[in-house]
Design a protein around this ligand. Structure first.
Ligand SMILES: [Zn+2]
Ligand SMILES: [Zn+2]
Length: 226
């Protein structure tokens, strides 16, 4: 079964999105067109299909980036690490507690057990990092989980928002470690830090932009949330 859904290009990048598994988590392959340096964001499963995608694009995965470590976002992590051992597993240091909790998550969601490869790069808030010629800024955005992050690419004007911000909606805060107060704070911070024209690539559902969400997303206008 194919889950391939869509693809777009910016001046420097090619981005492909797969909506994978029962939770339709978005797995992204992001490749610098000239150097072919690539990252995979939230490998949620269907490893063979995504690996085929990487190969057909001619991408060279250097990192596995995780917006957070809920089981749907990491279900393909181990398989992807085996396929691309050079790709450094990268997530926020405050998310380790969620990565260590995968057994409980599998029984809670009634899905098979998942193993997480060890973290190679611990991120911190506002940490900037380069992957070849790709530039990322990490924003720590707790609320959905304690170590959820947004990966912002200021040059390319795109941002991976994970389960913080969806088109017309936001992530749940009722899982372990979630907090409505924190989520609202995180939303307010990213709307300040990320300009309106930036394309948002969420953890579930379709693309949007910061401008559209600021104009139409109810949750960006409230002061309190659950
Ligand atoms: Zn999640
Ligand atoms: Zn999710």
């Amino acid at each position: 079964m194919s889950h391939y859904s869509d693809e777009f290009e910016t001046e420097a990048l090619k981005v492909r999105r797969y909506a994978i598994g029962a939770f339709a988590v978005n797995t992204y392959i992001l490749m610098h067109k000239e150097s072919h340096d690539a990252v995979i964001v939230d490998p949620g499963g269907d490893v063979d299909e995504v690996v085929d995608g990487v190969k057909s694009m001619g991408a060279i995965p250097k990192r596995l980036l995780f917006t957070h470590c809920h089981i749907d976002h990491v279900a393909g992590a181990m398989g992807m690490k085996k396929a691309f051992p050079e790709a450094a597993v990268t997530y926020h240091e405050l998310e380790q507690i969620v990565a260590d909790n995968l057994l409980a998550q599998s029984s809670m969601f009634g899905v098979p057990e998942v193993e997480m490869p060890k973290c190679d790069v611990n991120l911190k808030n506002e940490m900037e990092f380069m992957v070849g010629r790709l530039q990322f800024v990490t924003f720590l955005t707790p609320g959905h989980t304690p170590g959820s992050v947004v990966f912002y690419m200021p040059i390319d004007k795109i941002a991976f928002t994970g389960d913080l911000l969806f088109r017309g909606s936001v992530g749940r805060t009722d899982f372990e470690g979630g907090s409505g107060t924190e989520l609202v704070k995180s939303l307010k911070a990213v709307t300040k830090d990320i300009p309106d024209e930036v394309k948002l690539l969420p953890g579930h559902g379709k693309f949007t932009t910061m401008g559209v969400e600021k104009a139409s997303n109810f949750y960006l206008r409230i002061d309190r949330y659950r």
